[in-house]
Ligand binder design. Structure first.
Ligand SMILES: Cc1cc2nc3c(=O)[nH]c(=O)nc-3n(C[C@H](O)[C@H](O)[C@H](O)COP(=O)(O)OP(=O)(O)OC[C@H]3O[C@@H](n4cnc5c(N)ncnc54)[C@H](O)[C@@H]3O)c2cc1C
Length: 505
């Protein structure tokens, strides 16, 4: 037995490069299509300068599919797609939709896993062309339009010595991410969810009015903007985001062990957390298949547990000190592969850990669901066998983020307090494999839900019962409904995607 374990470790060592594994790219995406599609369209909407594509246009299907980054395009068909070129376009489009009883949905970065922007009937307002970023360095606030992607904000902030807990993958839309929660780079130091770093917004309401939203003006809409995600009842045309000083030293230590050693990994992790103050460190555990494992390697040898600690500090010495407890622990001794104290810039993190170049990071078919929990390790153990024995493809994986450091916020509708997020991801290529992947994901729910305090709205699978409702407390869910009635009494905006819409029935 001992010999078998040793050879498994050896095999893993041979598989792993000494550079960052890049395995998280499994979650990540491919190029945005929308911007590159040529001219078409015949429909006109008064006051709208941008393209308007109707169901009758010859290239409609190309446009419709381009609203969603991944390959499992929803079988939902809006009447119109409006590519807004300005805030005035958004106002005119909403007015037109309200007048013509077309329900409105919004698309920003297009990364939502269930393609929430693409609905039956109505109008999609595509905001991806609005990409302006303004940074007020004295106030440390970024004012961004909704088409801004993660990497763009990273770069703009970095130039001013600032940073934001942006989505890990460079091409994710910051607006959809932040409106629906947002677990970004350096989340541990910024309260777990980026939505709490929204300090204001400009919103086009159902009446077609552009209103300012912050803690003092339209404070109930401010509450809703901070977390309502794909159920928000307005078009956000600008977000004002609190920035933070750019960490001067970003350092990671990563460890790889066979999946069978999960207990070794989690018990060391818990011990380190108990005996040291590592609460500032972003800690991820990923159960995945080693991306370079040859197909003939059986799952028990190719499935791994990948642990990474990210320190974001003011000096290399401080970052190193924070990662020392991991290097001194049994984790460092017993892991098959370790790669410690590696320095990165913010932009390099996108590239090395969450890159689109990883073979697994291509645009596959994609579904995800999750729990927020105080027992991330318990969830990983509950899911380990299901992952090892049943995961239908090499790209399916489970990711746990620890040290969420979430706080209850009275001025945010997303207000869970949990230590960890655990997400289950199914990624595959062929339509005929849809059922097996949906089934695999569905079967994770009874395993992980008993650990749930709540769920993260950007990454739930609404095919499952009441998934969006369970992302909020009863009280907050009711208040959201009341505010929707107040701001959108005639239902101009689509609500959360329903189970039957998601299932395509
Ligand atoms: C490859 C990949 C990597 C990811 N990485 C992370 C990560 O690191 N951390 C994390 O927390 N999540 C991550 N996610 C999940 C991501 O946060 C969600 O998919 C989010 O919905 C993406 O936002 P978007 O603007 O790109 O998507 P869209 O599909 O364009 O938007 C989703 C929905 O948000 C609403 N919305 C968006 N913009 C506006 C607006 N301006 N006004 C009103 N409503 C709006 C709309 O209802 C819209 O349908 C990732 C997803 C993918 C696919």
């Amino acid at each position: 037995m001992k010999q078998k374990m040793t050879s498994r470790r050896l095999a893993l060592k041979q598989l792993a490069s000494t550079a960052a594994l890049g395995v998280l790219a499994t979650l990540r995406c491919g190029p945005a299509l929308a911007a590159s599609i040529g001219k078409l369209y015949g429909t006109r909407i008064p006051g709208v300068q941008g393209k308007v594509i109707s169901k009758q246009d010859s290239n409609y299907e190309l446009w419709r599919q381009a609203m969603v980054w991944h390959k499992s395009k929803p079988k939902r068909y809006p009447e119109l797609i409006v590519q807004a070129q300005s805030v005035e376009d958004v106002v005119a489009a909403v007015e037109y939709a309200a007048h013509n009883k077309l329900k409105v949905s919004m698309r920003a970065g297009g990364h939502n896993s269930t393609g929430t922007s693409v609905r039956h009937g109505g109008m999609v307002i595509d905001l991806s062309a609005l990409r302006d970023v303004l940074i007020d360095t004295s106030k440390q606030i970024a004012s961004i339009q909704p088409g801004v992607r993660s990497l763009q904000l990273t770069r703009a902030a970095e130039k001013q010595g600032l940073s934001f807990p942006v989505p890990h993958c460079p091409s994710v839309g910051v607006s959809g991410f932040a409106l629906g929660g947002g677990i970004g780079l350096n989340y541990a130091q910024h309260g777990g969810m980026a939505t709490h770093s929204i300090v204001g917004a400009e919103v086009v309401t159902a009446e077609g009015k552009l209103v300012t939203v912050n803690a003092n003006e339209n404070s109930d809409l401010f509450w809703a903007v901070r977390g309502a995600g794909p159920g928000f009842f307005g078009v956000v045309t600008r977000l004002h985001l609190q920035l933070y000083p750019l960490p001067k030293a970003i350092m990671t230590s990563s460890y790889i062990a066979p999946l069978d050693d999960l207990e070794m990994v989690t018990s060391n992790l818990e011990k380190i957390r108990k005996e040291n103050d590592v609460s500032r460190v972003e800690l991820l555990v990923v159960l995945t298949q080693h991306p370079e494992a040859p197909p003939e390697v059986p799952p028990e040898e190719s499935k791994i547990c990948f642990f990474i600690a990210f320190a974001y500090e003011d000096s290399v010495a401080e970052a190193r000190a924070l990662l020392e407890p991991f290097a001194r622990s049994d984790l460092a001794v017993k892991s098959a592969v370790k790669n410690e104290f590696v320095e990165f810039s913010m932009e390099e993190l996108h590239d090395k850990y969450f890159s689109l170049r990883d073979p697994a990071g291509r645009q596959g078919r994609y579904i995800v669901d999750n729990v927020l929990t105080n027992d991330g390790s318990g969830v990983l153990h509950a899911l380990a066998d299901h992952f090892r024995n049943k995961a239908p493809t090499k790209d399916c994986h489970i990711l746990a983020s620890y040290n969420m450091n979430m706080e209850h916020k009275a001025d945010s509708c997303f207000s869970w307090v949990a230590d960890s997020y655990v997400g289950c991801y199914a990624i595959w290529d062929k339509e005929e494999e849809d059922d097996i992947n949906y089934d695999w994901l569905s079967n994770t729910l009874p395993l992980m839900d008993p650990f749930a305090i709540g769920h993260y709205p950007n990454e739930v699978e609404p095919r499952h019962t009441d998934r969006y409702r369970k992302c909020y407390s009863e009280e907050d869910w009711k208040r959201l409904a009341q505010l929707r009635n107040k701001y959108d009494p005639s239902g101009v905006f689509h609500q959360y995607l329903t189970q039957s819409e998601a299932r395509g029935v």
